[in-house]
Design a protein around this ligand. Structure first.
Ligand code: SAH
Length: 384
């Protein structure tokens, strides 16, 4: 059997190890079928493997008792199901759980499970670090190392499913996935799309398309590509209502300014069969983007777009230079939006005591961007 199907990321990792085995977590259905076809195997083997690995959590090929012995042997020699290592497992007083997961190259990423009464949401990372450098985000401060492979992305769901399964408490099941952990998912496009296909595969995790959300700071060309390829929910991290301010908070805005971003949002909704509302995320920063004039600008921007607004109280971290908006400012801001007919939710902060809240995910990244050095001293005196 020849192993010809290797993703570039996987290839470099595999070459570093002594044995070059294919990590089957990198495969979505299409990749499995292509791989089995190359081996002269029938395509239904793809379903069998997907079920064993993702539905039953089995990683030992010998236990896959509906596969012929010879195929099991061949898989054992040439393939593996390689998950990330759990470096730590923390449980918050509110039930939020955060795992630090170590990659084979020593980088550490974070995955967070948020249980609620009617659902359980897993927040997944797409990159080791983040290249976008949003000024209010702890992940951005860590700098950037690399994209995660499909296997490293889906392993977060695999591990969380297994670990939560052991936990017998009710309401611990993963019903939703949000690509809102570390990194910008649309800058790791192919691996993220492949991972989302596995999440939505009926024989793997069977998540419906309205329960899988990809969040972006606004990588416009990738939003168009995504809309053509896959139905799922989109969240856009907005945080500012004019280009001048957004350039400071989300530097990606200099490349794709608000006008282009909103045109892309309209195209996205038009192209999608499901036509779900886009969720706009807006972190409220005291005195920066939480004034009545910002709320007015926001109403203008969202006009005519099927939208849902998520107001996120800023989660402070050391040296950020920002403060959380007052409860009164948050209430006034949300009321202004409500009055204009926009569905607005003030997001509850979860898992703060274990640093698992939005923007607090930092992991341990070998920073290749050298950005983290800039932040060795707190950034006081930052203009707001
Ligand atoms: N890069 C993608 C995915 C990350 S999502 C994106 O930007 O959408 C992480 C979410 O948490 C984003 O909406 C981000 O803006 C928000 N966030 C980042 N830092 C935060 C902080 N300190 N407090 C509250 N929310 C924060």
């Amino acid at each position: 059997m020849t192993i010809a199907y290797l993703q570039p990321d996987t290839l470099s990792l595999a070459l570093r190890g002594s044995v070059q085995k294919q990590n089957l977590l990198d495969f979505d259905r299409e990749a499995f079928e292509a791989w089995f076809a190359e081996m002269g195997e029938k395509s239904f083997r793809a379903t069998q493997l997907i079920k064993w690995i993702h539905q039953f959590g089995v990683t030992d090929f010998q236990q896959m008792n509906n596969l012929p012995k010879i195929l099991r042997q061949s898989l054992e020699q040439n393939a593996t199901v390689e998950n990330l290592q759990v470096a730590s497992d923390a449980l918050s007083a509110d039930g939020t759980r955060k795992w630090l997961l170590q990659l084979a190259d020593g980088n550490v990423i974070e995955t967070v499970f948020i249980p609620e009464e009617s659902r359980g949401t897993l927040c997944i990372s797409s990159q080791a670090g983040c290249a976008l450098d949003c000024s209010f985000c702890a992940t951005g401060r860590q700098g950037f190392n690399r994209n995660l492979t499909t296997g490293e992305i889906i392993s977060q769901l695999w591990l969380a499913s297994q670990l939560l399964d052991k936990d017998s408490k009710p309401g611990r099941k993963i019903t939703n996935v949000v690509m809102m952990g570390m990194g910008e998912p649309l800058l790791n496009f192919d691996n993220v799309v492949r991972a989302m296909r596995i999440m939505m595969d009926d024989f793997a995790y069977g998540l419906s398309k309205r329960r899988v959300t990809v969040s972006t700071a606004g990588v416009v060309p990738a939003m168009d590509r995504l809309a053509d390829m896959l139905d799922m929910r989109l969240a856009v991290s907005l945080h500012a209502t004019n280009d001048e301010l957004r350039n400071k908070l989300v530097p990606l805005n200099k490349k794709y300014p608000l006008k282009e971003l909103f045109q892309a949002c309209h195209r996205f909704v038009d192209k999608q069969k499901a036509r779900y509302r886009i969720t706009f995320e807006y972190v409220l920063l005291d005195g920066v983007n939480d004034k009545p004039e910002h709320a007015r600008e926001l109403v203008r921007l969202l006009k005519g777009l099927p939208a849902l607004l998520n107001l996120i109280p800023f989660n402070p971290f050391e040296g950020s230079g920002y403060k959380t908006s007052s409860a009164k400012a948050i209430k006034c801001f949300s009321e202004q939006l409500h009055k204009a007919g926009i569905t607005t939710v003030i997001r509850k902060t979860r898992g703060e005591d274990i640093d698992a809240a939005c923007g607090q995910l930092a992991g341990k990244i070998h920073d290749k961007s050298r950005r983290s050095r800039r932040f060795e001293k707190p950034r006081f005196g930052m203009k707001q």
